[in-house]
Design a protein around this ligand. Structure first.
Ligand SMILES: Cc1cc2nc3c(=O)[nH]c(=O)nc-3n(C[C@H](O)[C@H](O)[C@H](O)COP(=O)(O)OP(=O)(O)OC[C@H]3O[C@@H](n4cnc5c(N)ncnc54)[C@H](O)[C@@H]3O)c2cc1C
Length: 490
């Protein structure tokens, strides 16, 4: 507790640990959210790194600012667009400018069929016509319509997403469609990914009967929260526009934003939390932990060993991103980009390294027309996922060479980029493995027993920017409620 000499002691602040989008959203909510609260408690945000925003970062290539991490966010969830409006960058929102994408399958790019729900087909004919599955895979999928197999799952409980879909629609569907789409979003594998956490609708459909038919019904019945919103939004100036505006508004509200300040330990001192930070200790009346799961585990260890174990059991995948500018004609297919299934053999293969390194490509200026400039094409390619560390272990030069080679294979072009930019995102994607929600429920229950403390961020209930914003704001409300309920100091 600190106080001016002779004056009344100043209440300890609420401390947000972690300055990614979840932590920033928590600080925003703590200070009143949409309506600034002049009576709001003092808030300090600690960020270990040199800047705020986590993967929400942007930088110029060939004179145009592009995103290095997320380049857009889902429109049918309202949280991210709402926050943009609240912090004053609503007029910078731009809707996605193209739809559809391709998949590199059986030697060439093929348009993804319509009627997929996170890669799971809801109609047979568009998938069969796409040629992605080949005749055997298409025939196996047809069985889901004509002679469906029941699930092997009990009425409750989680299942691995891949095997669940494979049993009903065949392995080819999982390898060619579900793993590239869902695995791509999470930089993981659907072989052991939690259906309950990632695609709960799969567990909600009847165990018997066709999966395609059940998902069709389910999709028709589920109305999006924002039915008229574009599928995705981006921001002029990139995601930095949102982070920069949040930063400025939070400072205006008196929030102390301390970068380069890791919290290395979290203790209790009487009625308060006591944080170890470089150069000393910081008292807090409440804490929002908006850090990755490993860091949260370390900080929670002295207070709940089980929560710490659960946190540490959440593993992370790494991704490397290469953004390139081309001046030559690339002959791109339609849509926003392409996906490359795991274990796609490369014509550049060696015995040691048989598969293509790249996992996905985004045609940035097609997807986001505000980035377009005549005579230039911006392509962003991702490499690496959980279990495939090849890209992570390569130097930048080798990575660019291999990515350009992979792009040449997939697009069938010999064009060379005029500029390239490499961004590394180590341990950035939490893996929602089978049982993930049980782990999260356990962590949340443990944290609830601690005084005025909450967790937030991508580790728990959604990796997308809107979900992280929602979790940060919910964590803020939960500690405010705990303080209001007298859990904190008087
Ligand atoms: C390449 C990439 C592409 C993506 N694309 C999309 C997309 O298109 N759309 C979408 O919606 N989402 C996308 N995502 C996901 C989304 O960006 C992330 O899930 C989200 O930004 C995570 O936010 P967070 O606040 O939970 O975590 P983070 O941003 O990781 O923030 C946690 C912060 O805590 C800090 N920290 C850690 N330990 C401590 C400590 N002890 N003390 C103080 N600070 C600490 C870290 O430095 C970090 O800044 C993408 C992510 C990546 C990496």
């Amino acid at each position: 507790m600190s106080g001016a000499a002779g004056g009344p002691p100043r209440a300890a602040p609420i401390v947000v640990i972690g300055g990614g989008i979840a932590g920033l959203a928590a600080a925003w909510e703590l200070t009143g959210g949409e309506r600034p609260d002049p009576g709001a408690p003092r808030v300090v945000l600690l960020e270990a790194g040199p800047r705020l925003g986590g993967p929400l970062d942007s930088a110029p290539i060939d004179g145009t600012v592009v995103d290095l991490g997320p380049d857009g966010f889902l429109g049918r969830r309202p949280e991210a667009a709402a926050l943009c409006h609240e912090v004053g960058v609503g007029e910078l929102l731009r809707p996605i400018g193209a739809s559809g994408a391709s998949l590199y399958s059986r030697g060439r790019l093929r348009a993804l069929p319509t009627g997929l729900v996170l890669g799971v087909p809801t109609r047979w004919w568009p998938v069969a016509r796409s040629g992605i599955l080949g005749p055997l895979g298409s025939a196996r999928l047809l069985r889901d319509a004509l002679l469906p197999l029941p699930d092997r799952r009990g009425p409750l409980g989680d299942r691995a997403l891949g095997p669940l879909v494979a049993r009903r629609q065949g392995r080819a569907v999982v390898e060619a469609l579900v793993d590239p789409l869902v695995g791509g979003i999470h930089a993981g594998s659907v072989a052991d990914m939690s259906a309950a956490a990632v695609m709960p609708q799969l567990l909600a459909v009847p165990r018997r009967g066709g999966l395609m038919r059940a998902l069709r019904r389910n999709t028709a019945a589920a109305a999006p929260a924002e039915p008229d919103a574009p599928a995705f939004w981006a921001l002029v100036g990139g995601m930095r526009s949102l982070v920069g505006a949040l930063e400025a508004r939070l400072v205006e509200r008196g929030v102390e934003l301390r970068t380069g300040t890791p919290a290395s330990a979290l203790g209790r001192d009487g009625e308060e939390w006591a944080l170890e930070i470089p150069g000393g200790r910081l008292a807090a009346q409440a804490v929002v932990l908006a850090v990755p799961a490993g860091a949260a585990g370390a900080l929670l260890e002295p207070h709940d060993a089980n929560a710490a174990v659960l946190e540490r059991s959440i593993e992370y995948g790494s991704v490397s991103v290469v953004t390139m500018a081309f001046r030559d004609e690339l002959g791109l297919p339609g849509g926003t980009g392409f996906l490359v299934p795991r274990h796609t053999r490369s014509p550049l293969a060696t015995d040691r390294d048989p598969d293509l390194l790249i996992t996905a490509g985004t045609f940035l200026d097609r997807k986001w027309p505000h980035l377009a400039e005549p005579g230039r094409t911006l392509v962003r390619v991702s490499a690496g996922r959980f279990g495939d560390r090849r890209a992570e272990e390569m130097g930048d030069d080798e990575l660019v060479e291999r990515v350009a080679g992979g792009l040449a294979v997939v697009l069938g072009t010999a064009a060379r980029p005029t500029e390239r930019m490499v961004t590394r995102w180590p341990n950035a994607f939490p893996q929602y493995k089978v049982g993930h929600l049980l782990r999260v429920n356990g962590i949340e229950a443990a944290v609830k027993r601690l005084p005025a403390l909450a967790v937030a961020g991508a580790a728990y209930r959604g990796v997308g920017v809107p979900a992280c914003i929602a979790s940060g704001r919910a964590a803020a409300r939960s500690v405010l409620e705990a303080l209001g309920a007298g859990a904190g100091p008087p």
